[in-house]
Design a protein around this ligand. Sequence first.
Ligand SMILES: [Fe+2]
Length: 204
Amino acid sequence: MAFEVPPLPYAYDALEPFIDKETMTLHHDKHHAAYVANLNAAIEKHPELAGKSADDLVRDLNAVPDDIRTAVRNNGGGHVNHSMFWAIMGPKRGGVPQGKIASAISGAFGDFEAFKKLFADTGLKQFGSGWVWLVRAKDGKLSVISTANQDNPMSAGLTPIMGNDVWEHAYYLKYQNRRADYLGAWWNVVDWDAVTRRLDAAER
Ligand SMILES: [Fe+2]
């Protein structure tokens, strides 16, 4: 069973004006689709891996055969990362998180504003392409990290609760070189209910 790009759960223009329709279209239909195609091409060489989820593959890259490990790291990561990304955004979202996720953020970072600043600064400082993440360690501790390229925190034993894509393909058409503006605008599309569900799942 080949991997597939999950359909975008809203219209391509639904995140306007914060993320533009053309960026969403290219990002989902071209970039994410390419990661999936390349992942499938790699897995085809090793039928014994059929049945493993993309999460399984990325979580334990050492179990992936040498000849496709880099391809799985990059393209499996690209598939997992983008699948999360579409799911934690939505139209008419944003605002201040409530309930459990708010408490978790305050407990770890002081308050929501401090968390936002740390997250945006970490994304801004990621040199070149990569992602900025809120992650949960096995002991429950939350932290903000960045990863290069399509590396996913699961490969380092961490559970990604939310992440933002800081590859130029995520923002360049609208924001050009202004990554900080993109990182600031992104809070308007974060679906905190979806993020809370990921925290719940991580705790189970
Ligand atoms: Fe991307």
